[in-house]
Design a protein around this ligand. Structure first.
Ligand SMILES: [Zn+2]
Length: 154
Protein backbone atom coordinates (compact mmCIF):
# COMPACT_ATOMS: atom_id res chain seq x y z
CA UNK A 1 0.00 0.00 0.00
CA UNK A 2 1.31 3.45 -0.86
CA UNK A 3 0.20 6.90 0.17
CA UNK A 4 -0.71 9.55 -2.33
CA UNK A 5 -1.46 13.19 -1.68
CA UNK A 6 -4.99 14.43 -2.14
CA UNK A 7 -5.01 16.98 -4.94
CA UNK A 8 -7.70 19.01 -3.21
CA UNK A 9 -6.59 19.27 0.42
CA UNK A 10 -3.10 17.78 0.56
CA UNK A 11 -4.15 15.08 3.01
CA UNK A 12 -2.26 11.79 2.66
CA UNK A 13 -4.56 9.07 1.36
CA UNK A 14 -4.09 5.36 0.73
CA UNK A 15 -3.78 4.66 -2.98
CA UNK A 16 -6.44 1.98 -2.49
CA UNK A 17 -8.99 4.49 -1.29
CA UNK A 18 -11.39 5.71 -3.92
CA UNK A 19 -11.94 9.03 -2.16
CA UNK A 20 -10.07 11.24 0.31
CA UNK A 21 -11.38 10.52 3.83
CA UNK A 22 -10.88 14.16 4.82
CA UNK A 23 -12.48 16.11 1.99
CA UNK A 24 -14.15 13.43 -0.12
CA UNK A 25 -12.32 14.27 -3.33
CA UNK A 26 -11.82 11.29 -5.64
CA UNK A 27 -8.31 9.83 -5.49
CA UNK A 28 -6.64 10.05 -8.88
CA UNK A 29 -4.58 6.88 -8.51
CA UNK A 30 -7.69 4.83 -7.87
CA UNK A 31 -9.60 6.50 -10.69
CA UNK A 32 -6.85 5.75 -13.19
CA UNK A 33 -6.56 2.11 -12.23
CA UNK A 34 -9.88 0.33 -12.37
CA UNK A 35 -9.92 -3.26 -11.14
CA UNK A 36 -8.69 -5.57 -13.89
CA UNK A 37 -11.44 -7.37 -15.75
CA UNK A 38 -9.24 -10.34 -16.54
CA UNK A 39 -6.15 -11.96 -15.10
CA UNK A 40 -2.72 -11.26 -16.49
CA UNK A 41 0.77 -12.28 -15.42
CA UNK A 42 3.46 -10.14 -13.87
CA UNK A 43 6.46 -12.42 -13.63
CA UNK A 44 5.60 -15.06 -11.05
CA UNK A 45 2.59 -13.09 -9.85
CA UNK A 46 -0.95 -12.87 -11.10
CA UNK A 47 -2.59 -9.51 -11.71
CA UNK A 48 -6.33 -9.38 -11.22
CA UNK A 49 -8.81 -9.64 -8.40
CA UNK A 50 -9.35 -12.40 -5.88
CA UNK A 51 -12.67 -13.20 -7.52
CA UNK A 52 -11.03 -13.57 -10.95
CA UNK A 53 -8.19 -15.66 -9.52
CA UNK A 54 -10.67 -17.92 -7.79
CA UNK A 55 -12.46 -18.45 -11.11
CA UNK A 56 -9.16 -19.13 -12.82
CA UNK A 57 -8.06 -21.63 -10.17
CA UNK A 58 -11.39 -23.47 -10.36
CA UNK A 59 -11.10 -23.63 -14.14
CA UNK A 60 -7.53 -24.92 -13.93
CA UNK A 61 -8.52 -27.58 -11.39
CA UNK A 62 -11.36 -28.76 -13.64
CA UNK A 63 -9.06 -28.78 -16.67
CA UNK A 64 -6.78 -31.18 -14.79
CA UNK A 65 -9.74 -33.39 -13.82
CA UNK A 66 -9.22 -32.68 -10.14
CA UNK A 67 -12.13 -31.95 -7.82
CA UNK A 68 -12.72 -28.54 -6.25
CA UNK A 69 -13.39 -29.00 -2.52
CA UNK A 70 -13.88 -25.37 -1.67
CA UNK A 71 -13.27 -21.98 -3.20
CA UNK A 72 -13.55 -18.82 -1.17
CA UNK A 73 -12.73 -15.53 -2.79
CA UNK A 74 -12.90 -13.68 0.54
CA UNK A 75 -10.07 -15.62 2.11
CA UNK A 76 -8.38 -16.29 -1.23
CA UNK A 77 -8.25 -20.00 -0.52
CA UNK A 78 -9.07 -22.72 -3.02
CA UNK A 79 -8.70 -26.36 -2.06
CA UNK A 80 -8.93 -29.40 -4.28
CA UNK A 81 -8.36 -33.12 -4.28
CA UNK A 82 -7.27 -35.51 -6.99
CA UNK A 83 -9.26 -38.49 -5.75
CA UNK A 84 -8.13 -42.06 -5.43
CA UNK A 85 -7.22 -44.02 -8.55
CA UNK A 86 -6.08 -47.59 -9.09
CA UNK A 87 -2.88 -46.25 -10.50
CA UNK A 88 -1.77 -44.13 -7.63
CA UNK A 89 -2.97 -45.88 -4.45
CA UNK A 90 -3.75 -42.54 -2.94
CA UNK A 91 -5.16 -39.14 -3.63
CA UNK A 92 -3.77 -35.73 -3.05
CA UNK A 93 -5.36 -32.82 -1.28
CA UNK A 94 -4.01 -29.46 -2.21
CA UNK A 95 -4.77 -25.88 -1.49
CA UNK A 96 -3.91 -22.64 -3.21
CA UNK A 97 -3.69 -19.34 -1.43
CA UNK A 98 -3.81 -15.96 -3.14
CA UNK A 99 -1.78 -13.44 -1.23
CA UNK A 100 -2.07 -9.81 -2.20
CA UNK A 101 1.47 -8.51 -2.66
CA UNK A 102 0.55 -5.27 -4.39
CA UNK A 103 -2.33 -3.42 -5.90
CA UNK A 104 -4.32 -6.06 -7.79
CA UNK A 105 -1.20 -8.23 -7.71
CA UNK A 106 -1.28 -11.63 -6.09
CA UNK A 107 1.25 -14.31 -5.44
CA UNK A 108 -0.23 -17.78 -5.60
CA UNK A 109 1.26 -20.26 -3.22
CA UNK A 110 0.12 -23.74 -2.48
CA UNK A 111 0.61 -26.79 -0.38
CA UNK A 112 -0.29 -30.39 -0.95
CA UNK A 113 -0.69 -33.41 1.21
CA UNK A 114 -1.09 -37.05 0.32
CA UNK A 115 -4.15 -38.98 1.44
CA UNK A 116 -2.85 -42.50 1.78
CA UNK A 117 -5.49 -45.16 1.42
CA UNK A 118 -5.65 -47.49 4.40
CA UNK A 119 -2.50 -46.00 5.85
CA UNK A 120 -0.11 -47.91 3.59
CA UNK A 121 3.44 -46.77 3.77
CA UNK A 122 4.69 -46.02 0.31
CA UNK A 123 8.27 -45.89 -0.78
CA UNK A 124 8.18 -42.92 -3.06
CA UNK A 125 8.35 -39.36 -1.95
CA UNK A 126 4.78 -38.49 -1.07
CA UNK A 127 5.44 -34.89 -0.27
CA UNK A 128 6.89 -34.21 -3.72
CA UNK A 129 4.00 -35.86 -5.49
CA UNK A 130 1.45 -33.84 -3.55
CA UNK A 131 3.25 -30.59 -4.17
CA UNK A 132 3.64 -31.55 -7.81
CA UNK A 133 -0.16 -31.59 -8.11
CA UNK A 134 -0.29 -28.09 -6.67
CA UNK A 135 2.34 -26.98 -9.18
CA UNK A 136 0.23 -28.54 -11.94
CA UNK A 137 -2.64 -26.27 -10.98
CA UNK A 138 -0.41 -23.19 -10.83
CA UNK A 139 1.05 -24.07 -14.24
CA UNK A 140 -2.42 -24.61 -15.67
CA UNK A 141 -3.53 -21.22 -14.31
CA UNK A 142 -0.58 -19.60 -16.10
CA UNK A 143 -1.34 -21.54 -19.27
CA UNK A 144 -4.97 -20.40 -19.17
CA UNK A 145 -3.91 -16.79 -18.75
CA UNK A 146 -1.43 -17.01 -21.62
CA UNK A 147 -3.87 -18.75 -23.94
CA UNK A 148 -6.70 -16.35 -23.03
CA UNK A 149 -8.92 -19.35 -22.38
CA UNK A 150 -10.13 -17.65 -19.24
CA UNK A 151 -12.63 -15.68 -21.30
CA UNK A 152 -16.09 -16.86 -20.38
CA UNK A 153 -14.94 -18.38 -17.09
CA UNK A 154 -17.72 -18.71 -14.62
ZN1 LIG B 1 -8.68 15.65 0.41
Amino acid sequence: MALVTCEDCGHEVSDRATACPKCGAPVAAAMNEPAPSKVSLDGENFVGTKALLKQLAVKAIHALNYKVDSADENTGLVSFSTGMTWGSWSGVSGSLVFEEVGKHTFSVSGAGKQNVRGGQVLAFNLFDEANGKVRNVQDEMRRLVCSSEQAGAT
